[in-house]
Design a protein around this ligand. Structure first.
Ligand code: NAD
Length: 445
C-alpha cells in the first residue's frame, strides 16, 4: 500500500520504518529540512534499539523515502498518517496546531480518495476537527474527494519502539466506516498474524483509550511513589512492599516501581491534557490532578535526600556530583521532562557542579544545556566519578546495576550514593562503607 506519514519523530519514523519493513511503500514527511536531509544520508535523528539498520535497509530498498514535499506525498498516498507532536498548551490542554496544519496540507493536496489516520495523541473530538479542516480546504478548492478520518492511537514505548511496532499488544482503530477499518486491517495484517490484535471502536472511544492507558500507567507510578514516601517515614522498605503486592495478579508486577518520578514526552502531558478535558466538561479531575502533583513532588525528592544527608542545601556549594543517567528512561536519548533535568537544576541552584554520564543522551544534553561550567558530559560512568564527592543515579540503564562498590567508595570523596531508581541492595552497598539513600527504603526513622 502507498502510505504517507506526517511527522518523522519517535512515532512517525518508527511506524514508517516498520510499515516499510513489511513491504509497504512509505513516504515520511517532515517540515524539518535538516532532519530530512540527514535521514536521506542515513543519519538517524533519534536513538531506538534496532531502528538504524532497519531505516537504512528499507531506504536502500526504495520502500522508505524522506521528503519535505508534502504535496507529492499526499498526492501519491492512499493512507495518510498524522504523527506530529501534540505538546501541552499553556493551560495543559493538547496544542493541536501541528495536527491541524497537517490537516490543512492534506486538504490542499488530496487528489484521490484516501484514509487519514490520526496517530498523534489527541483529545476526544479532534478527528471531527481534522475532518472539518480537510473538508473546508477541499471546498475552497471546489473539489469533492472522498476521505475518512480514523483514530489509530500509538502505544509504542520509547526504548522498545521497534519491537512494540513489530509486535503490538493491540491495534486500536476508531472509525464509523467499516470500509476504513477493513483497509487498515489489511495494512496491519503483517503485524496481526499470530492472533487478532485489532480492537475496532468508535472514533471518540479510540481517542480516549490512549489517554486512559497513559493516565492509568502514570497513576500506578504515582501511587507507588506515595507508598514509598510513607515507607520512608514509617521505617518500611518499599521494595519489599512492592514484592509483596506485585504477586497479587490483580495488581501485577508492571509499573509498580517507585523512583524519582516519571518523565518523557507522554505521561506528563497526557495526564495534564486528560485533566483539562475533564475540567472543560465541568468534571473535577481529582485523581489525575493528584497523580500529577505526586509526580511533581517526587521529581524533587532525590534532592531532598541530598539535603537530609548533608544537613543543608548550602553544604552542596562547591561539591561535585557524579550523575549516572540523563534520559528519562533507559534505551532512549529522549530527555523531555526527564527527572534528571529537575535534579540538575536543583544541584546547580545549590552551587554544585555535575559530571554526568548517559550512554545515549549526551548529545541531547549538550543541545539542551549548551556549554556550562557546572556541567561536564563524560564518556563513561567511571569518568563521571573522577573528582566527585557524591553519586546520584537517575536513569536505570542496565550498565549501572552492578557497580564495583569498593571502587565507588574509593572514588567518591564523601562516599555517598543517592539512588533515584532503587538499583542496589542497601545492606550490600552499605557494607562497602557507602552511605546509601534511595526511594522509600526506611531511612528517616
Ligand atoms: P516528535 O516531537 O518526536 O516528532 C514530531 C515531528 O513532527 C517532528 O519531527 C516535527 O518536525 C514534525 N512536524 C511538525 N509539524 C509538521 C508538519 N506540519 N508536517 C510534517 N511534520 C511536522 O513527536 P513524537 O514523540 O513522535 O510524538 C508524536 C505524537 O505521538 C504525539 O502526539 C505523541 O503524544 C504521540 N505519541 C508519542 C509516543 C512516544 O513515545 N514518543 C508514544 C505514543 C504516542
Amino acid at each position: 500500500m502507498h502510505v504517507a506519514i506526517f511527522g518523522t519523530g519517535y512515532v512517525g519514523l518508527v511506524s514508517g520504518t516498520c510499515l516499510a519493513e513489511v513491504g509497504h511503500d512509505v513516504v515520511c514527511v517532515d517540515i524539518d529540512q535538516a532532519k530530512i536531509d540527514g535521514l536521506q544520508r542515513g543519519v538517524i535523528p533519534i536513538y531506538e534499539p534496532g531502528l538504524e539498520p532497519m531505516v537504512k535497509a528499507n531506504h536502500a530498498a526504495g520502500r522508505l523515502k524522506f521528503t519535505t514535499d508534502a504535496g507529492a506525498a499526499v498526492a501519491s498516498a492512499e493512507i495518510v498518517f498524522i504523527a506530529v507532536g501534540t505538546p501541552p498548551d499553556e493551560d495543559g490542554s493538547a496544542d493541536l496546531q501541528y495536527v491541524l496544519a497537517v490537516a490543512r496540507t492534506i486538504g490542499r493536496h488530496l487528489r484521490a480518495p484516501a484514509i487519514v489516520v490520526d496517530k498523534s495523541t489527541v483529545p476526544v473530538g479532534t478527528a471531527d476537527q481534522v475532518r472539518a479542516t480537510i473538508a473546508a480546504e477541499l471546498e475552497s478548492r471546489g473539489v469533492d474527494i472522498d476521505f475518512d478520518v480514523v483514530s489509530n492511537p500509538e502505544f509504542l514505548k520509547e526504548g522498545a519502539a521497534v519491537e512494540d511496532c513489530m509486535r503490538p499488544d493491540r491495534i486500536v482503530l476508531g472509525s464509523r466506516e467499516p470500509a476504513s477499518i477493513e483497509k487498515l486491517r489489511r495494512l496491519y495484517a503483517p503485524f496481526n498474524r499470530n492472533h487478532d490484535r485489532i480492537v475496532a471502536m468508535d472514533v471518540r472511544s479510540a481517542e480516549l483509550t490512549k489517554y486512559a492507558a497513559n493516565a492509568m500507567l502514570a497513576t500506578k507510578i504515582s501511587f507507588m511513589n506515595e507508598i514509598a514516601n510513607i515507607a520512608e517515614k514509617v521505617g518500611a522498605d518499599v521494595e519489599q512492599v512492592r514484592r509483596g503486592i506485585g504477586s497479587d495478579p490483580r495488581i501485577g508486577w508492571h509499573f509498580i516501581y517507585p523512583g524519582a518520578g516519571y518523565g518523557g514526552s507522554c505521561f506528563p502531558k497526557d495526564v495534564q491534557a486528560l485533566a483539562r478535558t475533564a475540567a472543560q466538561h465541568s468534571l473535577e479531575p481529582t485523581l489525575l490532578n493528584a497523580v500529577e502533583a505526586v509526580n511533581d513532588r517526587q521529581k524533587a525528592h532525590l534532592f531532598d535526600l541530598f539535603v537530609r544527608h548533608y544537613g543543608a542545601a548550602g553544604v552542596l556549594r562547591g561539591k561535585t556530583v557524579a550523575l549516572w543517567g540523563l534520559a528519562f528512561k533507559p534505551n532512549t536519548d529522549d530527555m523531555r521532562e526527564a527527572s534528571s533535568r529537575r535534579l540538575l537544576q536543583q544541584l546547580w541552584d545549590a552551587g554544585a557542579r555535575v559530571r554526568a554520564f548517559d550512554p545515549e543522551a549526551r548529545d541531547e544534553a549538550r543541545r539542551i544545556f549548551g556549554e556550562r561550567e557546572d556541567l561536564v558530559l563524560c564518556d563513561t560512568d567511571d569518568e563521571a566519578l573522577q573528582g566527585a564527592d557524591a553519586l546520584a543515579v537517575i536513569t536505570e540503564w542496565k550498565q549501572f546495576r552492578s557497580p564495583d562498590f569498593e571502587f565507588l567508595k574509593r572514588s567518591l570523596r564523601d562516599a555517598v550514593v543517592f539512588d533515584g531508581r532503587n538499583l542496589y541492595e542497601p545492606a550490600e552497598i552499605e557494607a562497602a562503607g557507602i552511605a546509601y539513600w534511595a526511594i522509600g527504603r526506611g531511612r528517616s526513622i
